[in-house]
Design a protein around this ligand. Structure first.
Ligand code: BEZ
Ligand code: FE
Length: 281
């Protein structure tokens, strides 16, 4: 393929020069350049181009207020994590961010520190999850809110599973001035992302599995600090090295260990926030 732009590319780019919004002009110019390069690289036949249009159409048709197939497509192509990496650079020592995912169900009623978020299986063995919301220097962050959500050991969120009570394995905690939070829960298991739509078809066609390793979602926020969206991944879980949405970062992988004082099995996971950045532009 010659590096010189095709005459059609040149003509489209020239037309975009009239775009009055400079950022939109920049974005559209780059999009057209990359898209035209992609088309020249792949040289699709009309049947392949039509199949691509049909795929995108089917992806849109699987979007409603409960299912967002385009975000799932972005997730499985690594775009969501790339956007996150560029949008949320973290100072050394701050907890790294990862993907938000589709299963957040809004802020839950506040639970007392240490409460169990497992509501469906009384008597099941629970693990304690505990840590501090703090700065990179170790100072506690006051006024924080910690929201958590996870799938049950059967791999389903409460919103996917009529057998679970609503709000199962979800919680909101408000640490005191020492920043300490704790809750008790069931150990999560790996699970497949929703793969009964076009994204699942694409995963299968490209020889990929739909699984995520076992994890607990965290959303932590406090006045003056960047909102932190992250997970604690369970050490030893299957799929840690092949998360279908590319969300795993080694610093987020933790193993349960006996609490040094009580012996209770505990996943220690501090939430280290970075100060809010001054708005740019
Ligand atoms: C999740 O972890 O809940 C998730 C993230 C991305 C896509 C699907 C599920
Ligand atoms: Fe999840």
């Amino acid at each position: 393929m010659s590096n010189a732009p095709h005459p059609i590319t040149r003509e489209v780019l020239a037309r975009l020069e009239a775009c009055p919004d400079p950022r939109l002009r920049q974005v559209m110019t780059s999009l057209v350049r990359h898209l035209h390069d992609f088309v020249r690289d792949v040289a699709p036949g009309e049947d392949e181009w039509r199949a691509a249009v049909d795929f995108l159409t089917a992806t849109g048709q699987r979007c409603d207020d409960r299912r967002q197939e385009f975000i799932l497509l972005s997730d499985t192509l690594g775009v969501t994590m790339l956007v996150d990496a560029l949008a949320h650079p973290k100072p050394p020592g701050a907890t790294e961010s990862t993907i938000f995912g589709p299963f957040y169900a809004g802020e839950q009623p506040t639970s007392p520190l240490g409460a169990a978020i497992a509501r469906g299986e009384p008597g099941a063995a629970l693990v304690r999850v505990a840590g501090r919301v703090r700065t990179v220097d170790g100072a506690p962050v006051a006024g924080a809110t910690v929201e958590v959500w996870q799938a049950a050991p059967n791999g389903l969120y409460d919103t996917q599973d009529p057998a679970q009570p609503r709000g199962n394995l979800r919680g909101t905690f408000r640490p005191g001035d020492d920043g300490a939070y704790a809750f008790r829960t069931l150990l999560p298991a790996p699970y497949p992302i929703p793969d009964d739509g076009p994204v699942g078809q694409l995963l299968r066609a490209t020889g990929r599995h739909p699984f995520r390793p076992a994890h607990i979602h965290f959303l932590a926020h406090a006045p003056g600090y960047e909102r932190l969206v992250t997970h604690a991944f369970l050490a030893g879980s299957e799929y840690l090295d092949s998360d279908t949405v590319f969300g795993v970062k080694p610093s987020l992988v933790v193993a349960p260990a006996p609490d040094p004082e009580t012996g209770e099995p505990t996943l220690a996971f501090d939430l280290v926030l970075s100060p809010r950045r001054a708005p740019t532009g």
